[in-house]
Design a protein. Structure first.
Length: 441
């Protein structure tokens, strides 16, 4: 079999644009930090950091909107079913707009609860409150954008997700600079920049979707009737993905909380090293997104040979990329850390834990890819169960923390990623042997 077959090329056509656009996400956070960090008080930066953390936690829980939409859309695309394509767009969009409207309307009590849980300086919390009061007005657009992104990815319209992510993030950055630095709106300016960018992205996304609907043979009459159908299945699917996301968030949150208990230097080192892991994950997620679309298409068409081609191509190409990341961190990890922090004690401490950055891409790549396979097949309950197994393994490994210290945290993360991959691989292999992968999920 050729190393770069047609399946590999098809995978790269979706993966490369997604990798490129994913890079703009941490860039936005970097610009936010740089702009707010130049104001005359550290409470502004602290307020935005707290607000961004609360927003990230809430919206990450609702990421199921993109994931389920991609899977359902890819299956409809593979089955060549325009009515199902319409339903895969309209039903999640109704759910997203409804949930977003509730968040926007009831944002004040939700913000109060979130900030009560976080705690800390009253001055910082006040800035976080001002930030969130504006930022969460974007909830309907932010959640609708997740649906549009998932739908466009599911129909393999590779350019559209890239345009949405890049245009939205660049607009956000430009508005950030203008509103915060130019108009001196401080944290409210940073929040308003995101709100405007999200609604502008929604408008662009709807125009793109309109074009694709015409290309895929979806009529206006189909859209009008698309709200009907098995809404209960959609809710169950999203419930399971949300529970999976909650377990994921809790495990990564535990790393931050437990790292803080090991000392200020450790939490600083882990923040630097987590930046490397996040960058790696964004790149490898590009392949996972491509696998979602292609495996969903194969699932909809009930085409086992296409599914195997997708899986083998994904293993080859993402395996190489993961290996390259590991080699870069092995050979140039110290130099990269020096670019991220100028503090000598943090640089020296980071050197002790760089080995984990070499190991984790090679361990984690498989769970990212298998996530893509299961999302494409909308097997959310099995994803939830595998995440529960991984979370249990993570918790048990943390028992070694008193002996291993910070190495114990990174070992727990490696175990977590490995168990996610192994449990999903076992489930997939069992389905494949029994011929049940294409059964109703």
């Amino acid at each position: 079999m050729p190393f770069f077959a047609s399946a590999d090329k098809a995978l790269w056509r979706l993966a490369l644009p997604m990798i490129f656009s994913n890079i703009t996400v941490p860039l936005l956070g970097l610009v936010d930090t740089a702009v707010i960090g130049h104001l005359d008080s550290p409470v502004y930066l602290g307020g935005v950091a707290v607000g961004a953390t609360a927003t990230s936690f809430l919206f990450m829980l609702l990421l199921f909107l993109r994931m389920s939409t991609t899977g359902l859309t890819a299956q409809a695309f593979g089955a060549k079913n325009p009515q199902a394509l319409a339903r895969a767009l309209v039903q999640p969009l109704i759910l997203a707009l409804g949930a977003g409207a509730l968040i926007a309307i009831f944002r004040t009590p939700i913000i109060d609860l979130a900030l009560h849980i976080v705690g800390g300086s009253e001055a910082v919390l006040e800035q976080a409150r001002r930030f969130l009061a504006i930022r969460w007005l974007s909830a309907p657009a932010s959640l609708a954008n997740l649906v549009l992104l998932g739908w466009l990815l599911g129909v393999q319209y590779a350019r559209a997700p890239v345009i949405l992510l890049i245009v939205g993030n660049i607009l956000n950055i430009v508005l950030d600079l203008w509103l915060v630095m130019g108009l001196h709106m401080n944290v409210q300016g940073a929040a308003l920049a995101t709100v405007i960018a999200e609604y502008a992205t929604l408008l662009i996304g709807l125009l793109m979707v309109r074009k694709v609907l015409h290309l895929r043979g979806v009529s206006l009459a189909m859209l009008r009737l698309a709200w009907r159908g098995n809404f209960r299945r959609l809710l169950a699917l999203n419930r399971d993905i949300m529970l999976r996301s909650l377990l994921l968030q809790l495990c990564f949150g535990a790393i931050t909380v437990l790292g803080a208990r090991l000392g200020s230097d450790i939490i600083a080192v882990n923040a630097v090293l987590m930046t490397l892991l996040t960058f790696t994950a964004y790149a490898l997620d590009g392949f996972a997104y491509a696998v979602e679309a292609h495996s969903g298409q194969a699932y909809g068409a009930r085409d086992g040979s296409q599914l195997l081609e997708v899986w083998r191509a994904a293993c080859r190409q993402s395996g190489i990329v993961a290996l390259l990341f590991s080699l870069v961190y092995l050979l140039a990890g110290e130099q990269i850390v020096a670019l991220l922090t100028s503090l000598p004690q943090i640089q020296q401490l980071a050197d002790r834990y760089l080995l984990w950055q070499v190991i984790l891409p090679l361990v984690g790549v498989w769970c990212y890819l298998l996530d893509g396979m299961f999302i494409g097949a909308t097997r959310a309950a099995e994803m939830r169960n595998s995440m529960a197994v991984a979370a249990a393994g993570f918790a048990l490994t943390l028992l070694a923390l008193p002996v291993l210290g910070n190495h114990g945290l990174w070992l727990a993360l490696a175990v977590f990623l490995a168990l996610r991959g192994l449990s999903l691989a076992w489930i997939w292999r069992r389905h494949w042997r029994n011929g049940t992968w294409f059964a109703a999920s």
